[in-house]
Design a protein around this ligand. Structure first.
Ligand code: TZP
Ligand code: MG
Length: 214
């Protein structure tokens, strides 16, 4: 298994818009040093070339902390930078293409919002699934939050590990405890904080107690 449940305990997704003048790579390093178990580079406004350069640098930092590192959407950037894999949305085409480009050993994560999509993602060969939005979020404009019942039904329907996403904070993550998720995936709960490292450490500690220390 390329991605374990423990890998998904605290899944950090980058978003530069929150960082102001801070050094992106220093912040990423703080987040990894303080307990993030998975990292996704998600920079929607970057060009492909910028993304490749960023991914190359982040790959080194993630490797130093033995944390799996994937690139959002840009399969070729993941390939060119030698990232551990890619995270893609809801398209079979994307999956087939990504697997062809990256090969059997790389991680491909997919997003799912329904049981049908989750089952399909597992069937295609996805290594893990991101499910959400589980709470209201303003970070992704088109994200709609789902019921706890839908989330639990999705986790029951597949055997690959699932990470919850969308509007998750230190205070609200308790309600995800018995939904079957392996962990939580966050953007603003880390990157919008003054001290990103401290935020990651607190989230990790709580995630370990909620989703089982490993
Ligand atoms: N996909 C579904 S919700 C979301 C994405 C990328 C945004 C999550 O951001 P935040 O700040 O953790 O709510
Ligand atoms: Mg996407």
């Amino acid at each position: 298994m390329k991605v374990t449940k423990a890998d998904l305990r605290l899944y950090a997704i980058t978003d530069r818009q929150w960082l102001g003048g801070k050094d992106f790579y220093m912040v990423v390093e703080q987040v990894l040093k303080n307990g993030a178990t998975f990292l996704q580079l998600r920079e929607k406004n970057a060009t492909h070339e910028q993304r490749v350069e960023e991914a190359k640098k982040i790959k080194q930092i993630a490797a130093k902390y033995h944390v799996p590192f994937v690139v959002n959407d840009d399969i070729w950037a993941a390939k060119e930078a030698g990232a551990d894999g890619v995270h893609i949305g809801q398209s079979d085409m994307d999956y087939e293409q990504a697997r062809k480009i990256l090969g059997p050993d790389k991680i491909i994560g997919m997003t799912a919002k329904t049981v049908e999509q989750a089952v399909q993602a597992e069937k295609l060969g996805a290594d893990y699934i991101g499910v959400g939005a589980v709470f209201h979020t303003t970070t992704k404009q088109d994200a709609k939050d789902m019921s706890r019942e839908t989330l639990a039904a999705i986790t029951k329907s597949v055997s690959i590990p699932i990470v919850a996403i969308g509007g998750i904070t230190y205070d609200n993550m308790d309600s995800l405890k018995d939904t079957g998720v392996a962990g939580v995936s966050v953007i603003s709960a880390i990157f919008a904080k003054e001290d990103e490292g401290a935020a990651a450490a607190a989230l990790r500690k709580k995630a370990d107690t909620l989703f089982g220390a490993a």
